[in-house]
Design a protein around this ligand. Structure first.
Ligand SMILES: Nc1ncnc2c1ncn2[C@@H]1O[C@H](COP(=O)(O)OP(=O)(O)OP(=O)(O)O)[C@@H](O)[C@H]1O
Length: 971
């Protein structure tokens, strides 16, 4: 950036070029409309000292004088601070302009067609209408000059100040259609791209492309400029960038923490300002907020002390008080929900918020995402990739300051140490980042955070007086609400208030749970009823358990509690009906199921049809103190029940084409969930039944191996329902989990020496899912098309003979046994040149013409890592540590580890060779009447093909030729 610099005599000249933003001194910037007939002084004029006679020189003088008056030595004017004969400089300037306007200390709008007369002649109303006639409001480039600057002041032709963007906001809104919130600094990313384009609609630019180029900053998009391409093409290029960003954000999103926060506040009955405000006056908090060196604040306290709500309060206060340019990103961990209980999920949530606020930062992950897609955020290497991206992004100079909040670190049960290390590292390395975390008083967290430099600890126990006052105020509020809703008289209200104030022991959660219970009781004998709520959280939970024990519904309550305690993710009411015997057949009567869950006292809560523990501490209590009550025969038995009931329920529900898709080639993207969904009660069971079986089997004292015998329930399920189960897994987009589960099942049967024919069917079933995974994953009904490409002696093929698509014949017939191709790993965009197994056989590396090396989990087929390489590699092999690949292009580091247990994968594995009735363009589908019909396994993809009538002949790379004939009776 090149500036104009004023000297003491009021003269000005061009400064040197400032290469990066940090070195640019404070400056003022001019916003104006250009004069015709070369009346603007140019860059050349300024370098040669000419141009003083030009009419536009007056504007330079005005800007210089006003800047001087405002204490600024430097100023910038677009007419002469850019060397427009240098296209690279011009292009860079256009892409930087929004930022330059935003970073200016002052921006002066000079309305050259707004004369004094307009102000003195009339009163306010004609004055307003004159303002709207100014050309400044009709030009394209001035839109970003209106929106970008922090301080924007309007001046008349004679330099008289008319007001600023804030004082004139209503008039500006009327004139421009830009909402007041955008004028007051709300992030432009909060407005849709279409809405922002609308603000430009009536404005004019000299060159057609400028109508789009002048929007680049407003859209936070950077593209190269091609004058002459036309506005349509420019808009198309901008739209492409926006679309790709949206895909990237959609892939990154696991949950929207903004919605999580709203949900948490709502389900906890709303946030009370009086119960968190104390923290704003707390010296530890103030030190963290006000001292730029203090970058890490850890709020710690026992369960239910109000940490989550304090964090919500701080977020609200900071978002109201901080500059709009500051970023606020947060994440709420929840142990009971596997989507949001791990370090990777935290990072995805924080990044999602940050990138939504400033989309241009997506550039930091676009390159990797463009190549790998969603897998970048999901594969075994996701943490490493996200960490690099995060570290990179927080150092981006465009970030002034970013605040990151993480609630309930103790509920981040996957990879917490890694997360803590990242927090410590970024808080010391980056001055633009501030962290707040909350958690229970856990020594492991303390020990890890100890390594951070300037950290502040805020212990709720050490601020007992403040917390106590906050809890008192919370109780007062809640009791007055209760008195109103339950019609307590004064005496009752006082008794309830006294009881709660005396027994809460500074714990919000205790008071909240008691109030929730009182809300469900009538006011009759209310004082007596209070005795049912002993002081202390554990005593309260204990009391709830005792009450359940004494109730008539004790069995069903115990069973519901036990089930909710062992499942791997919160289940829905419908899913619960499949898992608990007593709820059999109640999937259509969810009101009743809800009532039964309500019987479990205040231990469980239902949100959006899903059942959760009311608080993590309730689950902790059950597992710690009430094991004998809810698991009288041990928790492993409950795993057996869930497994057994899963098989029963799936056997009853799963069937071919359960969603009535009809077309064999219907892709998963085209699939719509029907309403009502016939699988609604089965999702959980489909995904986790094998995990429950394995958990049960881990207790050899109670495990009964007969479930694995010939004709046993596992054997029967696989024989009768296997393909329908695969279809359901595909519909639920969990094929990879299915592959891993089948490997676990095979290993279990091997270990438990089950009967040979069960082993035979399970082994064949595992080969089937591994080999056909990608076809079934992309089109659920290919579970049946895949039969045609399975060996003639495949057990699954024989068992499901009747499910083969009718009227299609493959000639010559398939080979008898499974080929050496174990599975097809798809992902390279060009031919694969070399492959190698790791020494423990858990990973496979492949080098392709697409100049990438991919590392795969040899078991599940998941892509673990993609590494760019400079040349096409002919030879690759793992070194003995498994951390490096030796290649003809040097050593390549591969840090990804397999997620599954080692297994002997000795067979040769082949990778899809994209070599080349009809075939689709990618040669992966046989199509019929332009509809996808059969997805070809990689071994069957042709290098050449010929169609004759209803027969297609395909020549395959390995020298085989085969034919597919589609008959008239095809279905
Ligand atoms: N400022 C507040 N406004 C409204 N409700 C509050 C407030 N503070 C606490 N509560 C109530 O107290 C309950 C417990 O508070 P919170 O969940 O914040 O505790 P916590 O310390 O985060 O607990 P844990 O560590 O066990 O997760 C909340 O569910 C809510 O009902």
């Amino acid at each position: 950036m090149r500036l104009l610099r004023c000297n003491d005599t009021g003269e000005f000249s061009l400064s040197e070029v400032f290469a990066n933003d940090e070195t640019i001194p404070p400056y003022a910037i001019l916003s104006h409309t250009w004069l015709e007939d070369a009346q603007e002084p140019t860059f050349e004029d300024l370098t040669k000292g000419t141009g003083r006679a030009k009419l536009g020189y007056k504007k330079l003088q005005f800007c210089g004088e006003q800047a001087y008056y405002d204490g600024l030595q430097y100023f910038w004017v677009d007419t002469c601070c850019i060397n427009k004969s240098n296209f690279a400089e011009l292009s860079q300037a256009i892409n930087s302009m929004f930022r330059w306007y935003r970073n200016a200390a002052r921006c002066y709008v000079y309305l050259s067609d707004f004369k004094d007369r307009c102000i003195v002649d009339g009163l306010r109303s004609p004055w307003d209408s004159e303002l709207g006639r100014s050309k400044w409001f009709t030009r394209g480039w001035t839109l970003q000059e209106l929106l970008a600057p922090r301080s924007l002041e309007f001046f008349s032709y004679d330099g008289i100040r008319l007001g600023d963007r804030s004082s004139l906001r209503e008039q500006i809104k009327q004139i421009t259609g830009v909402p007041v919130s955008a004028l007051q600094g709300t992030r432009l990313s909060q407005f849709s791209a279409d809405e922002r384009f609308l603000w430009m609609e009536r404005r004019q630019t000299k060159r057609p492309e400028d109508k789009v180029y002048s929007m680049l900053g407003i859209l936070d998009v950077e593209i190269p400029l091609y004058y002459g391409e036309g506005a349509g093409n420019a808009a198309k290029r901008v739209q492409e960038v926006i679309d790709k960003r949206e895909i990237c954000l959609r892939d990154l999103r696991l949950t929207d923490p903004y919605d999580d926060k709203k949900r948490i506040e709502n389900t906890k009955g709303g946030l009370l300002v009086d119960s968190y405000r104390w923290v704003l006056q707390n010296p530890d908090f103030q030190q963290w907020r006000d001292n730029s060196q203090s970058r890490l604040l850890w709020i710690k306290g026992d369960p239910g002390k109000g940490k989550t709500m304090v964090l919500c309060g701080i977020i609200n206060e900071l978002s109201a008080s901080l500059a709009k340019t500051a970023h606020l990103c947060y994440f709420f961990c929840q142990a009971t929900d596997s989507r949001i209980n791990g370090a990777t999920a935290v990072l995805r949530g924080l990044l999602f918020m940050l990138l939504s606020q400033q989309p241009s930062l997506i550039a930091h992950l676009r390159k990797k995402h463009d190549r790998t897609g969603k897998v970048l955020f999901e594969d075994a290497n996701a943490w490493v990739a996200l960490c690099d991206i995060f570290t990179d992004i927080v150092q981006d100079p465009s970030i002034e300051i970013a605040y990151f909040f993480i609630d309930a670190l103790d509920e981040c049960i996957i990879d917490l140490p890694r997360l803590l290390d990242l927090i410590v590292q970024t808080s010391s390395a980056s001055s633009q980042v501030k962290w707040i975390m909350s958690s229970r008083n856990w020594p492991d967290i303390e020990e890890r955070l100890e390594r951070a430099g300037d950290k502040v600890r805020l212990s709720l126990e050490l601020n007992a007086d403040s917390v106590s006052a906050a809890v008192r105020s919370y109780i007062e509020h809640k009791v007055s609400q209760l008195a109103r809703d339950k019609k307590y008289n004064d005496q009752m209200q006082r008794a309830v208030l006294d009881y709660l104030q005396t027994n809460a022991n500074d714990t919000f959660l205790w008071a909240a749970l008691v109030c929730q219970n009182l809300n469900q009781m009538s006011q009759v004998n209310i004082v007596k009823k209070l005795e049912a709520f002993p002081p202390g959280l554990d005593s309260l939970y204990n009391q709830m358990i005792q009450r359940i024990n004494k109730s008539n519904d004790v069995d069903i309550c115990r069973r519901v509690l036990a089930t909710v305690a062992v499942v791997y993710r919160p289940v829905t009411l419908q899913e619960l009906t499949s898992l608990v015997e007593e709820l059999d057949g109640m999937a259509e009567e969810l009101g009743l199921v809800r009532d039964i869950v309500d019987l479990c006292g205040s231990l469980l809560t239902i949100r959006d049809g899903t059942i959760y523990f009311v608080h993590q501490s309730a689950k902790d209590f059950l597992l710690r103190e009430a094991l004998d009550v809810i698991f009288p025969s041990g928790s492993k038995v409950v795993h057996y029940t869930v497994f057994f009931r899963s098989l029963l329920a799936m056997s009853a529900t799963l069937q071919r084409d359960v969603y009535r898709l009809s077309a064999l080639g219907c892709s998963i993207e085209q699939t719509k969930q029907p309403n009502p969904d016939p699988l609604a009660a089965s999702w959980y069971l489909c995904i986790y039944w094998i995990d429950h079986l394995c958990d049960w089997s881990s207790d050899s004292l109670i495990f009964d191996a007969s479930v694995l015998k010939n004709g046993g329930i596992v054997d029967s399920f696989i024989r009768k329902k296997y393909l329908y189960w695969l279809e359901a897994l595909s519909l639920y987009r969990t094929m990879s989990k299915g592959v891993v589960s089948m490997s676990r099942l095979e290993a279990l049967i091997k270990e438990r020496a089950a009967a040979s024919s069960t082993m035979e069917v399970v082994r064949d079933a595992r080969r089937f899912i591994t080999y056909h995974k990608s076809a079934i994953e992309s089109s659920p009904l290919q579970a049946y098309g895949a039969l045609l490409f399975s060996p003639t002696r495949s057990v699954i093929r024989a068992l499901f003979k009747d499910e083969e698509p009718q009227g299609i014949v493959i000639k010559p017939g398939m080979q008898e046994q499974w080929s050496s191709c174990l599975s097809t790993l798809e992902g390279h965009s060009n031919s694969v040149w070399s492959v190698a197994f790791s020494h423990d056989s858990t990973r496979l590396a492949s080098a392709s013409y697409d100049r990438t090396v991919k590392v795969w989990d040899a078991h599940s087929g998941e892509c673990l890592q993609t590494v760019d390489v400079e040349k096409v590699l002919d030879h690759i092999s793992f070194d003995s540590s498994g951390n490096y690949l030796n290649t003809d292009g040097g050593v390549v580091s591969v840090s990804a580890q397999s997620t599954t247990t080692p297994a002997s994968v000795s067979a040769e594995t082949r990778i899809a060779q994209y070599q080349g009735i009809a075939l689709d363009r990618a040669c992966t589908w046989i199509t019929y009447n332009s509809q996808n019909l059969l997805k070809l396994p990689s071994e069957y993809r042709p290098s050449c093909s010929k169609v004759l009538g209803n027969v297609i002949a395909l020549g395959v790379g390995n020298g085989r030729v085969w034919m597919c004939e589609v008959g008239r009776n095809m279905s």
